[in-house]
Design a protein around this ligand. Structure first.
Ligand code: NAD
Length: 397
């Protein structure tokens, strides 16, 4: 099949298997070149392992210090002549590369919020790994079915208290527009917390601990975002920010329990990058386009893989251990939040318009990055050639 990108709003409904494999290989090559190969995890569970920060965590674990990884994700296989989702192809090519290099890698494809997938995962750890010493929690989902009640919760991206109005970019039409959002009601705040807060992370850690599959001294990390004031009403102080506050609450509870064996739980605040999750947030794609321009000019641009390499090297597996901020969080958004970077972005914000979008921001870089998530725009791929869409992953039955 010949596959071309089909972008609908902020998603691309097609993905290219060889392009996704080339994107994964690019990340593996970066880690191989960068890794010190000394300290790192040995057996890792990555929840949300197929794209974005979770995939980068899996790649750094394996190709940094040779860890075996069990991944959990929710991806769509090829069906009726339709290509699989990008996360499916990423997983297939990651597994192939890991196996060729002699590393354990298996993936459980299903709803991580369910009891069934937690049980399957624990069984796979018992059967294959015995225990895990690092658990990465990197889910980004618009909905969650509560495993105890069966109730479906949906997350919303809304401000709290006041309506919000600001510039945004229609990434499909390349237009700067104004978005207006009404504040969330109490129910929307709560349903977003149920989906993106810390409850499910706690359920995972409780289940792993109860099953005695956590190695003594095991660590766990969940990812969060803070960002600049311009996105605060929609992010940090909005419904998603409230959910992330709950993640920090959960982190303290999990940490207290892991400390009994010398382990720890952390929230790592990561930088803004282009992923399927971040492209759905109003205002954020415009901010990212400006941020990329400034960070590239300053020679400090980073994508998921660079961020996670730094998280492992400078924090989780550094000799002195993680450096924490006043709220106890790891901050690998430190370069994004540097005052000179933020001042430069803030100066461009009022100036940016449809007419000058490509000149004063890195919108082109944003778009290229977005297409790359789905395996498009990689120079080594011939997109006119037929490609096989049915590619298996090594699932766990
Ligand atoms: P992403 O969309 O690239 O990845 C989400 C992952 O979750 C995928 O592997 C997907 O398969 C999996 N997933 C979703 N629903 C699932 C389910 N029900 N069961 C199993 N797997 C499921 O997202 P991302 O941007 O990498 O986000 C990961 C985390 O990083 C989130 O907590 C996000 O808030 C945080 N973060 C993102 C950014 C950013 O700019 N993208 C910045 C800082 C922090």
């Amino acid at each position: 099949m010949i596959i071309k990108p089909k972008v609908r709003g902020f998603v691309c409904i097609t993905s290219h298997p060889e392009g996704c494999a080339a994107h994964v290989k690019e990340q593996i090559d970066y880690v191989k070149e960068k890794a010190s190969g000394t300290a790192g995890p040995k057996k890792v569970l990555v929840i949300g392992s197929s794209t974005g920060y979770g995939l980068a965590s899996r790649i750094v674990s394996t190709f940094g210090t040779g860890a075996g990884t069990l991944g959990v994700c929710f991806e769509r296989p090829a069906n009726n002549g339709r290509p699989a989702s990008a996360g499916w192809y990423n997983t297939a090519s990651f597994e192939k590369a890991a196996h060729e290099a002699g590393h354990y890698a298996k993936t459980i494809n299903g709803d991580a919020f369910s009891d069934e997938i937690k049980e399957k995962t624990i069984q796979a750890i018992k059967d294959d790994l015995g225990e895990v010493d690092l658990v990465i929690y990197s889910l980004a989902s618009p909905r969650r079915v509560d495993p105890k009640t069966g109730e479906i919760y949906k997350s919303t991206l809304k401000p709290i208290g006041e309506p919000f109005e600001n510039k945004s970019v229609d990434t499909d039409k390349k237009l700067i527009n104004t978005i207006q959002l009404d504040p969330a009601n109490e129910e929307e705040i709560e349903t977003t917390r149920k989906v993106m807060g810390g409850e499910d992370w706690e359920l995972w850690m409780e289940a792993l601990e109860k099953a005695k599959v956590l190695a003594p001294g095991a660590q766990t990390v969940a990812y969060s975002y803070i960002g600049p004031k311009v996105t605060w009403p929609i992010y940090y102080q909005g419904t998603i920010g409230k959910a992330k506050e709950d993640l920090e609450r959960a982190c303290k509870a999990i940490d207290a329990s892991l400390q009994k064996t010398g382990g720890h739980a952390y929230v790592s605040v990561n930088k803004a990058v282009v992923t399927q999750a971040s492209s759905a947030i109003p205002v954020v794609p415009l901010y990212i386009s400006l941020l990329f321009k400034i960070m590239k000019e300053k020679g400090i641009h980073e994508d998921c893989i660079h961020q996670i390499q730094r998280l492992f090297d400078e924090h989780l597996y550094s000799e002195k251990g993680p450096s924490l901020d006043e709220a106890g969080r790891i901050r690998i958004d430190d370069w994004e939040m540097r005052p000179d970077v933020q001042e430069a972005v803030a100066a461009l914000w009022p100036e940016v318009s449809t007419e000058n979008l490509e000149d004063i921001s890195d919108f082109k870089g944003y778009q290229a990055n977005f297409l790359k998530l789905f395996g498009f725009g990689l120079p080594e791929i011939n997109y006119e050639a037929e490609t096989e869409i049915e590619i298996p992953i090594q699932g766990v039955e």
